[in-house]
Design a protein around this ligand. Structure first.
Ligand SMILES: [Zn+2]
Length: 136
């Protein structure tokens, strides 16, 4: 499998690369991965919403957060994490959304994912501009 092309990496390789990129903890709740906190690949754009299985669309998340988020939007779930008193890695999420946007632009296609990413990036930018004002 080509090291230079993340699209060609297997799932376990992509998980390893995502952890290398974002750190060995859940991007949502911040818990370090351990025997009882198993790492998974969480799709920023859910697969049900047309999200590709690319490294750019995957962030390391614990099994609990991955399951609990379900198909919720990136920013909606981010705000839910904050409400729960967790410290989500907003920078990592933002970086991945930017990288995904660039990857889609470069590779073409992914029309549904493109729209989703654009909307989430706008929301995230607005949220950051507002100085993390409480949601709602
Ligand atoms: Zn978590």
């Amino acid at each position: 499998m080509g090291d230079g092309d993340p699209r060609q990496a297997t799932r376990s390789e992509r998980l390893r690369l995502a952890i290398e990129r974002d750190g060995a903890r859940c991007v949502w709740c911040g818990r370090p991965f351990a025997r009882l906190v198993q790492p998974t690949r969480d799709h920023l754009v859910p697969r049900a919403k047309g999200g590709p299985s690319w490294l750019e669309n995957e962030v390391p998340a614990c099994r609990r957060c991955n399951a609990e988020r379900g198909h919720r939007g990136v920013v909606e779930w981010l705000e839910e994490c904050v409400r729960r008193g967790w410290e989500p890695d907003e920078d990592a999420v933002s970086r991945s959304l930017d990288a995904l946007d660039a990857a889609i632009a470069g590779r073409g296609g992914q029309r549904r994912a493109r729209t989703y990413v654009a909307a989430q990036r706008r929301r995230l930018q607005r949220r950051r501009a507002d100085g993390q004002a409480p949601a709602g």
